[in-house]
Design a protein around this ligand. Structure first.
Ligand code: HEM
Length: 567
């Protein structure tokens, strides 16, 4: 465990500590006023003995509490946990409560919250064979042959490793949650074919809660069941080829802007530093013309733009939103009791984006429906849907705006990386773009191949809606199952020489018979990504423009991309 932490991390730990202390105070029931052990606290208690000694030694104090004496004394939460003396009992001082609590709970909180070097011990159980004899293997037993430690943020490698030992399907205990992991494409098919009318994906509880309380409208991503289904109908038009094509011209113009932007922003060494942030600006701009139907000019010099503040705010808020969503999803659900850093990020960024999107929706709403229909078919479909109220429309517009900013930028970065490293492929793609830039089957195959080798999400996920037979095992209803596509799509059983970047395998006239469930970067079925076609268009159009004007390798973009995605 690391001894020093970032300010933000420390802030979060402090918040959590305060929150849990407050919660404990609310829920404890006392049978006796003061336990006899506690009566001697001031003589033999840890605070009055050891901690009073530690105060005199800065280094030991830091080792014990993971913070300096000054940090400890300056913690702002003391007032919040103060208890009041009564005539019967003197309350423990806030310093004492804080000290004991931090010491007892901090290591656990750090394990759960720290993001940089989380090492999770995987408890792995082999599934019971059909005769019912359960074989159990705990990978945290030190003398066990399956003993291993895995990093939470490198789950694909962990799953590959465990799968090599235990087979293509196994039960994983991850931080107390049991789930089923599979790396077999037939299992993936069995799961998706039995997902029902309302497929269940793990919710984003913090986002769901925040939206329910503040807007009474939750949108598509966070929820499940009938509530999800109602909102899903609003984003379905995004999957229509004609609708997507109607934005092609605008996307080409934005991609032209990006090419100019590279030229203006590369440094003296011809490197476009921090390429991912620039790509995020491109994807924000590209989706903004679809929803909310206002072109945020993120790539131009916005110093003289009347909407300068909005542009800066929308870029920052879009990045913060992803961060807040991730923190509240993967951390302890302490946000339920106390507004953690992650929850506050989610809330603030959501408010900002909501305000800006609402402003532009109101402007658009002043136009005649016939005009909206010709200029923006997606917003027209939303506005004319009578089953939604204003809040629903606003939430769906926001959902569409936010849905793929990050994943689309990542996919472009990954494809640029592979094209730069595979000169032959790059040349073929370029000559296709120069000859006929309408359908671009080869460039599209490049994007598919990039998503096969490096999908943006490691796993798909569904909760079983009934007992389901997967690979001969009866998986009980309400079990979380993760088909690990990032592993499946890199297995030689499904793809010849999976480590080789070969877009040809995706071409219609190739002889490759690809298992339809072996690579599912956009998910599958009733809940598959509704932004798939829009994302593909944004990606292909940008790659086309960049490939035509430049040798991707010579742009030296590749150095930064390799650093960023670590491949
Ligand atoms: C390369 C880019 C993208 C990738 C790889 C991607 C991937 C995914 C995946 C894997 C899912 C879960 C599907 C499932 O559970 O079966 C999903 C859901 C979703 N995506 Fe995307 N996505 C991308 C771009 C976009 C874009 C551009 C938008 C918006 C226009 C978008 C909007 C959504 C929404 C709203 C959902 C939730 C659907 C639901 O729960 O019904 N995505 N995406």
């Amino acid at each position: 465990m690391a001894s020093s932490s970032s300010d933000e991390f420390e802030e979060e730990v402090q918040e959590c500590a305060a929150a849990v202390i407050c919660c404990n105070a609310l829920t404890k029931k006392r049978k006796i006023w003061i336990h006899e052990i506690n009566q001697n606290r001031e003589v033999s208690g840890e605070y009055h003995t050891l901690i009073n000694l530690l105060i005199k030694d800065e280094e030991r104090f830091h080792t014990y509490f993971r913070m300096s004496r000054d940090q400890f004394e300056n913690l702002q939460i003391k007032e919040k946990i103060r208890k009041i003396d009564t005539t019967i009992r003197r309350a423990n001082c806030t310093r004492e409560r804080l000290a004991v609590f931090l010491r007892l709970t901090l290591p656990q909180l750090i394990d759960c919250l720290k993001e940089d070097d989380d090492i999770q011990e995987a408890h792995v159980h082999i599934l019971p064979p059909e005769n019912g004899n359960e074989t159990e293997v705990d990978s945290d037993g030190s003398d066990d042959e399956h003993s291993a430690k895995y990093q939470l943020e490198r789950l694909t490698e962990a799953v590959e490793d465990i799968s090599a030992k235990l087979g293509t399907i196994f039960k994983l205990n991850l931080g107390g949650t049991n789930l089923i992991v599979s790396t077999d494409a037939d299992h993936t098919e069995a799961l998706f074919r039995n997902e029902g009318k309302y497929p269940i994906r793990p919710a984003f509880p913090a986002l769901l809660h925040y939206r329910r309380v503040n807007y009474g409208s939750v949108g598509v991503v966070p929820g499940n069941g009938e509530e999800w289904y109602k909102y899903r109908q609003g984003v379905m038009p995004l999957l229509k080829a004609n609708l997507v094509r109607s934005y092609r011209q605008k996307h080409e113009e934005i991609a032209d802007n990006f090419v100019e932007y590279i030229d203006k922003n590369k440094n003296r060494m011809l490197i476009l530093e921090d390429v991912f942030t620039h790509l995020l600006k491109y994807t924000i701009e590209a989706i903004s013309v679809v929803s909310p139907g206002h072109h945020f000019q993120c790539l131009s010099n916005y110093n003289n733009n009347n909407n300068k503040e909005d542009i800066i705010d929308i870029i920052t808020a879009s990045i913060d939103f992803m961060d807040g969503l991730h923190r509240t999803f993967t951390g302890l659900p302490i946000w339920k009791y106390y507004k953690t850093v992650g929850y506050r990020k989610l809330e603030t960024s959501h408010k900002t984006i909501h305000k800006i999107v609402e402003k532009h929706l109101k402007e658009l709403d002043k136009d005649k429906p016939e005009i909206i229909q010709t200029t923006n078919s997606y917003m027209h479909s939303l506005f004319s849907n009578t089953s939604y109220n204003w809040n629903d429309k606003l939430m769906l517009s926001m959902e569409t705006f936010l849905g793929g900013i990050d994943a689309t930028a990542t996919t472009i970065a990954v494809t640029l990386h592979y094209l730069a490293h595979n000169k032959d492929v790059q040349d073929l793609a370029r000559s296709e773009c120069i000859q006929d830039n309408t359908r671009l089957p080869y460039l599209r195959a490049c994007v598919k191949e990039s998503l096969r080798m490096c999908p943006t999400g490691g796993a798909n996920s569904r909760v079983t809606i009934a007992d389901t037979n997967i690979g001969g095992y009866l998986i009980p209803k309400h079990t979380l199952v993760l088909p690990f596509s990032s592993v499946t799509s890199n297995k030689p059983e499904y793809f010849d020489k999976p480590g080789v970047y070969r877009p040809e395998r995706w071409l219609r006239d190739s002889n490759c018979n690809v298992h339809p469930f072996a690579s599912l970067p956009f998910g599958f079925g009733a809940r598959m990504c509704p932004g798939r076609r829009i994302a593909e268009q944004e990606i292909v159009v940008l790659l086309m423009k960049v490939s035509i004007v430049a040798n991707i390798l010579s742009l030296l973009l590749v150095c930064c991309i390799t650093d960023m995605i670590g491949i």
